[in-house]
Design a protein around this ligand. Structure first.
Ligand code: PHB
Ligand code: FE
Length: 331
């Protein structure tokens, strides 16, 4: 993303490195610091501790997705709400226990302020051994005192096509010489590309690609890319392994198509965190996640998932005002 004037003027509130070598950060009345193992978050009415690896994996997604759709819960306590121009940073806001005890706290801030601070925190707190996008089996440790950085890993963005992968201008197909080898769990995925026989004059208009081959070369987990765009309809396939590092609270309906292997989903009430259902998705299964839930997925083996998003800007308001239901179809 290009640096805008607003971003250029953001002042990041940070202090000197502690004994472990990590800088503290502040956003409004929220204070963040890390040591060898943990991240500590304080706000006027409470405090919270998270494992450093879990925190960095969640922070990485929030930064790379520019706060995503709706709510990104880092865990049951800390997270962000995207208002598309401003962002709420909250503690305990979507947690019944914190709410009842009045320990929750929320601050709304301009997107550039939180974006730039989160980027600086991610940069300072990620050691050279750790890739927050990688599966646990494919990265080194997040722990210990400060040890270099991993800018190459943490500055990856969502790969996004403007039309469809393979269409002129969106040539993102990955081959052996692209530097993206087939993942160890996808060695059985055929790599042949479809054959196109275009009518003369339409050679530049017609495109196709092998989505499974494309996904088999993904070096990241739980990071949807956009492979096709048709008006507001976005196909965002992704490869998943281990646990989705955030609990996503949606502001719109989201469809899941399980393309390979299995994912278990914990589905909870978006606002209270009360459990609503457990979903097991096997290859070929399709699920619509309602707009009033939050969910977290578990993939025992690297799996391919197609997330189908409706990017229409008016959806959050239509749904929260009750003009549209929280579910997609009447059965
Ligand atoms: C989701 O919250 O719906 C989500 C996020 C990232 C993924 C898959 C699903 O990789
Ligand atoms: Fe989601």
């Amino acid at each position: 993303m290009a640096t805008t004037e607003a971003e250029a003027t953001v002042e990041i509130q940070s202090g000197d490195p502690n004994e472990a070598g990590y800088r503290p950060f502040q956003l409004g009345e929220f204070k963040f610091r890390r040591d060898d193992y943990f991240v500590y978050i304080e706000w006027p009415t409470g405090s919270h501790v998270m494992s450093a690896d879990a925190f960095l994996k969640a922070l990485q997604r929030d930064v790379a997705w520019d706060f995503f759709y709706g709510i990104v819960n880092f865990d049951g306590v800390i997270g962000t709400v995207n208002h598309y121009g401003t962002v709420d940073l909250f503690a305990g806001r979507y947690n019944d226990g914190y709410r009842k005890a009045e320990l929750d706290h929320l601050e709304n801030m301009p997107t550039p302020a939180i974006r730039e601070t989160f980027k600086a925190m991610l940069d300072d707190w990620t050691n050279e051994t750790f890739d927050p996008f990688a599966s646990p089996d494919e990265t080194g440790s997040a722990f210990g005192p400060k040890n270099g950085d991993n800018r190459k890993a943490i500055t990856r963005h969502r790969v996004a096509a403007a039309r469809m992968v393979g269409v002129k201008g969106d040539e993102q197909i990955r081959s052996d010489d692209s530097g993206f080898p087939v993942n160890r769990h996808f060695s059985d995925v055929p790599q042949d590309e479809p054959e196109i026989r275009a009518e003369a004059g339409f050679e530049d208009e017609l495109a196709s690609f092998n989505l499974f081959a494309y996904l088999s070369r993904s070096d990241v987990t739980w990071n949807p890319s956009v492979v096709s765009v048709c008006k507001d309809s976005l196909f965002c396939p992704t490869t998943e392994e281990y646990i989705l590092p955030i609990i996503h609270g949606n502001d719109r309906v989201e469809w899941f198509l399980q393309l390979s292997d299995e994912i278990y989903w914990d589905v909870e009430d978006r606002d209270s965190g009360q459990i609503r259902s457990k979903v097991v998705m096997k290859p070929g299964d399709v699920a619509a996640m309602p707009a009033d839930i939050r969910h977290q997925g578990y993939a025992p083996k690297r799996s391919m998932l197609l997330v189908w998003e409706n990017a229409a800007g008016d959806l959050p308001e239509l749904i929260s005002s009750g003009k549209l239901p929280t579910y997609p179809v009447e059965l």
